[in-house]
Write a protein that binds this ligand. Structure first.
Ligand SMILES: Nc1ncnc2c1ncn2[C@@H]1O[C@H](COP(=O)(O)OP(=O)(O)OP(=O)(O)O)[C@@H](O)[C@H]1O
Ligand SMILES: O=C(O)C1=C[C@@H](O)[C@@H](O)[C@H](O)C1
Ligand SMILES: [Mg+2]
Length: 413
């Protein structure tokens, strides 16, 4: 192995993609036990490594020299092999520093709470101290179990999650601090990045707080690691560019809206136009159950159908880089709401009610009054869940073109 990442569980990692952008080097993901990692580090048959959880503290033992970031944090996430001598760094330190400096609304006077007690929590504390932040509380999982934590950290304005809670595939794991009780909370930084919007971030947004994921830190630490691996300077401006590229490449586009509004035909054409895979959730349900939606509902009832739909939504919407069309009723089940947000930008397709196609759609039967009823109930939810709204009262190709423009302009945010 030349370059790569060692850690216990790595299926969620974006590091190979990041190192492709910065160094275009062979970069492998290697899941290791502690014994494996000790053998790899002592064998020294590599050029450069990143180390992730839970081995960042242990990795320090194998380094002949540590830079300041590694010394101060007591953790190593980057090791370069120079003629048999191992040099250890903590590029997370630089990545987090870069990220925090970019968020203009964060002030050093703000009360911070760091949740976690591992290497990431240690590193975050050192960065905040170096930035002369005045109030930093560190809360471990033990503290959460033993105290009324929301009372203890009630002044928190900025909360930083340094635990892996909510990381793919356990995306639904709920955060142990009830953030709605933190009435001064303004900003949540979740240092996880897969899914792109974590449950904690989605809940923070619902409370009106700002939320950032760890993607910006991950890219910035990757840039620093690439510089160390390759022994060359990489311009800082590339950090934002790579982050934008990654977001644009990974974010799904999910189309929601009334039954018969054009989600499937638009989705198919859009995917073709921007060269992405297209997935129609209704079509997945039909394939899974080997029956048309109409038949499934006639035979087993709407409840049964909604359960199948939820199963498929969960399976499909944690992937990346696709265009999805959904069934009009996907928003009826609140548990699907988060799934629409985890890795996607949601576009509400709006078409005049008298233009909606009702053929073969059992729930749309009963004329315009029936459609009006459905619309009154669902329209506020479609609006609430969507990032963009696009009217489909023009030709199909014009509607698709409008969505392509939204995608080109906004998807990297
Ligand atoms: N802009 C448009 N111009 C002409 N026909 C359109 C337009 N948009 C949609 N249609 C037609 O409306 C019908 C319904 O479209 P489609 O099946 O894509 O809707 P849908 O939103 O996916 O419905 P469902 O919620 O039932 O899955 C199709 O026959 C489609 O060709
Ligand atoms: O998830 C990842 O790919 C990584 C996470 C952090 O631990 C980083 O320190 C590491 O370099 C890469
Ligand atoms: Mg459809």
């Amino acid at each position: 192995m030349e370059y790569g990442l060692l850690g216990k569980k790595l299926i969620y990692s974006f590091s190979p993609m990041i190192h492709k952008y910065f160094g275009d080097c062979e970069y492998e993901l290697v899941e290791c036990s502690e014994e494996d990692i000790r053998l790899i580090l002592s064998g020294k048959k590599f050029k450069g490594l990143n180390i992730t959880n839970p081995y960042k503290i242990m990795a320090k033992e194998y380094c002949d020299k540590l830079d300041e970031s590694a010394r101060k944090t007591g953790c190593v996430n980057t090791i370069v092999n120079k003629n048999g001598s191992l040099y250890g760094y903590n590029t997370d330190y630089y990545g987090f520093l870069h990220m925090i400096k970019k968020i203009k609304s964060i002030k050093k006077e703000s009360p911070f709470s760091i949740i976690g007690s591992g290497a990431t929590a240690r590193m975050s504390k050192v960065v905040l101290e170096d930035l002369e932040c005045q109030s930093i509380k560190i809360i471990s999982r033990e503290d959460i179990k033993n105290h009324n934590i929301e009372e203890l950290i009630k002044d928190t304005e900025i909360l930083i999650n340094c635990t892996p809670i909510g990381v793919y595939p356990l995306v639904d794991e709920s955060f142990p601090v009830e953030i709605k009780k933190l009435i001064k909370l303004k900003h949540v930084i979740d240092l996880n990045y897969n899914p792109l919007n974590t449950r904690l971030m989605i809940e923070a947004n619902e409370l009106g707080c700002k939320a950032n994921s760890g993607l910006s830190m991950l890219v910035a630490q990757g840039k620093k690691a690439a510089e160390i691996f390759l022994g060359k300077k990489i311009d800082d401006s590339l950090i934002d560019e790579v982050e934008r590229k990654i977001r644009k490449r990974l974010l799904n586009i999910v189309l929601i809206g009334m039954p018969g509004s054009g989600k499937t035909v638009i989705g198919r054409e859009l995917a073709h136009r921007i060269n992405r895979e297209f997935v129609d959730i209704d079509n997945c349900i039909e394939n899974l159950h080997k029956m048309t939606i109409q038949k499934i509902i006639e035979k087993n009832g709407i409840r049964f159908f909604r359960e199948l739909e939820k199963e498929v939504v969960r399976e499909e919407l944690l992937s990346f880089s696709k265009v999805f069309s959904t069934g009009g009723g996907v928003i009826e089940d609140r548990e699907n709401w988060r799934y629409l947000k985890y890795n996607s930008q949601v576009i509400y397709i709006e078409r005049d009610l008298d233009q909606l196609d009702t053929k073969g759609r059992p729930l749309s039967q009963g004329g315009i009054d029936r459609l009006n009823n459905i619309y009154e109930k669902r329209n506020p939810i479609y609006k609430k869940l969507s990032d963009y709204r696009v009217k489909n009262n023009k030709s199909l190709l014009e509607t698709v073109e409008e969505i392509v423009k939204v995608y080109e302009k906004n998807f990297s945010y």
